[in-house]
Ligand binder design. Structure first.
Ligand code: ATP
Ligand code: MG
Length: 220
């Protein structure tokens, strides 16, 4: 198929911080070098060395939405974010193996989580990841009242809002600092390449080499 959308740029949605930083080497492998740094610039649209490729800086949770609606052709999003989004309208061709961490259940050191589960207690669980948490506890047959938070989940048990939390853990330092312990792993998390389904057809000639370069760079 010819590139009927040849005149429109290729737009890549990235969040600043670890995803932007860890995607840079993959972009470089595809010959794409952003010309700005989102940490030091307030510009939300960053040009690249290629006149037909640009990067838009979005909140991590918004990357799937930009790609779903075609405002971005490509993006990078954590599996955690993709599960909560649902994945409608997205191809997820590649696990980029970046921004790796684990989705965990954590509770105060002095809370006997295993015993509570064993006794069939109804647990109050605070989390940003409501869908992930709901599916996890439903599969275990554990009854939970889920409390949606938007950040600082570690505070919830300390303040008496919840018995436990579901959150991302990498080193465990934040949990330790708040006298919490990880009591159960829900799943390992890494970031994926996401592609708008229509873009893949309309811009295939320009997108395929980028996807292939990413794929080769990940396998190295
Ligand atoms: P913000 O920190 O701006 O509130 P956010 O937490 O959604 O937003 P990031 O902290 O940039 O965004 O996280 C982006 C992605 O990186 C997450 O969706 C997750 O997949 C992954 N991630 C989050 N925390 C960690 C961590 N501690 N270690 C490794 N990867 C992580
Ligand atoms: Mg964060």
């Amino acid at each position: 198929m010819t590139d009927t959308a040849a005149s429109t740029p290729i737009t890549i949605a990235l969040s600043k911080g670890r995803i932007f930083d860890e995607t840079l080497p993959l972009l470089a492998a595809a010959g794409i070098v952003p010309q700005g740094d989102p940490e030091t610039s307030r510009e939300l649209i960053i040009a690249t060395n290629r006149p037909d490729v640009r990067v838009v800086i979005v909140r991590a949770t918004d990357a799937p939405t930009y790609v779903q609606y075609g405002a971005a052709d490509l993006g990078v999003a954590g599996k955690d974010v993709l599960i909560e989004h649902g994945g409608a309208g997205l191809y997820q061709p590649l696990d980029l193996k970046i921004a790796c961490c684990r989705m965990m259940v954590a509770a105060p050191e002095d809370f006997d989580y295993a015993q509570a589960v064993h006794q069939g207690a109804r647990l109050k669980v605070a989390t940003k990841y409501v869908r992930t948490a709901r599916e996890h506890f439903a599969a275990k047959g554990v009854h939970v009242d889920l409390i949606k938070l938007y950040g600082s989940m570690e505070l919830a048990p300390l303040a008496g809002l919840a018995d436990a939390i579901v959150d991302l853990v990498s080193t465990g330092g934040t949990l330790r600092a708040n006298r919490l312990v990880a009591v159960e792993e829900i799943m390992p998390i890494s970031s994926r390449l996401i592609v708008n389904q229509a873009s893949l057809k309309l811009k295939r000639e320009r997108l395929s080499p980028i996807l292939e370069a990413f794929s080769r760079a990940v396998r190295r």
